[in-house]
Design a binder for this molecule. Structure first.
Ligand code: PHE
Length: 295
């Protein structure tokens, strides 16, 4: 095409036109070949990486830990009854953990056997009951709270772990009685286990409640007839409870003449054990997926 200038003018139009045709022909063939090669490469790529007829590979996903599930369910059931969630520190003062709950310095519950001491007046809380104290110091009645949380005790066997989880409950108002405690716990047990179970109270002693009682529920495995799991008593223990002792109100500045309350505390591991037939408390903490994936 550069040399078209040297061609005699008369022949230029014909030669120019012929040159153009050849040029277009070459460009068209190159384009066609490139498109063909691209298509072949794309087909080869597809054939190599995606067989769209193959079943999809599952993407492994985690889920909430059994104890988290149980905690959320329990909190939701109490939330329906108007209980809010309260929290407190796991490293707690001796005063909140014991003194304000009317557990004196010389009480055996504070023995080195049970309590992990961080410093002289600082402990790893042995129960969630100090959250009762923090809640009552922070606000005036009416109070209705549940406090789920980790607690620590020097205890270690198939049904006890040095770290475990409790769910505390506290209600304070002008007309709270033991009957309210019974109604709330009965409702909870029936909702949580989804069974028409009975509960019973056994007189017991906790310094911060009067009267105090241990709570049993009808054995859900034998419906009370007696079996290995309830040690042939027909009942399974689920926690402690009682009417708030006026001595506790005195520590937090609530007038015991005007107000009354109830409190309870349950172990979440035990609640999950009784619902899912978990045989050793260690399974919750070992992180073994063969166990965890069942829930
Ligand atoms: N804090 C008690 C415990 O850990 C349980 C409890 C809570 C008892 C509230 C009575 C009232 O054993």
């Amino acid at each position: 095409m550069k040399e078209l200038g040297r061609v005699p003018p008369a022949e230029r139009p014909a030669i120019g036109a012929a040159t153009n045709r050849v040029k277009q022909e070459i460009e068209a063939r190159v384009a066609a070949k490139l498109a063909e090669l691209d298509a072949a490469a794309a087909r080869a790529d597809l054939a190599r990486t995606v067989d769209i007829t193959m079943p999809a590979r599952p993407v492994p996903r985690g889920h909430l830990h059994l104890l988290t599930q149980v905690r959320q369910e329990a909190v939701a059931i109490f939330a329906e009854l108007g209980f809010a969630v309260a929290e407190g520190p796991q490293i707690e003062t001796d005063w909140h953990t014991f003194e304000a709950l009317a557990i004196p310095k010389d009480h055996p519950a504070r023995d080195m056997q049970d309590t992990f001491y961080v410093a002289d007046e600082i402990v790893l809380r042995t129960h969630t009951s100090p959250v009762q104290i923090r809640t009552m110091l922070a606000g005036k009645p009416p109070i209705r709270i549940v406090a789920p949380g980790v607690v620590y005790r020097r205890d270690d066997d198939p049904t006890h772990s040095p770290m475990f989880t409790q769910l505390e409950g506290l209600a304070v108002d002008t007309d709270i009685s033991f009957a309210d405690l019974k109604g709330v716990l009965l409702h909870f047990v029936r909702r949580f286990y989804d069974q028409d179970l009975a509960i019973r109270f056994r007189p017991s002693y906790f310094q911060f409640v009067e009267p105090g009682a241990e709570v049993d529920m009808q054995c859900r495995f034998c419906m009370g007839r007696g079996c290995r799991l309830c040690k042939h008593t027909g009942w399974l223990e689920i926690g402690g409870s009682g009417v708030v002792d006026p001595a506790v109100f005195a520590h937090v500045g609530i007038d015991p003449e005007a107000y009354s309350g109830f409190a309870f505390g349950m172990g979440l591991e035990r609640m999950a054990m009784l619902r899912h037939d978990v045989t050793d408390i260690k399974y919750y903490y070992e992180g073994d997926l063969r166990f965890l994936e069942q829930f």
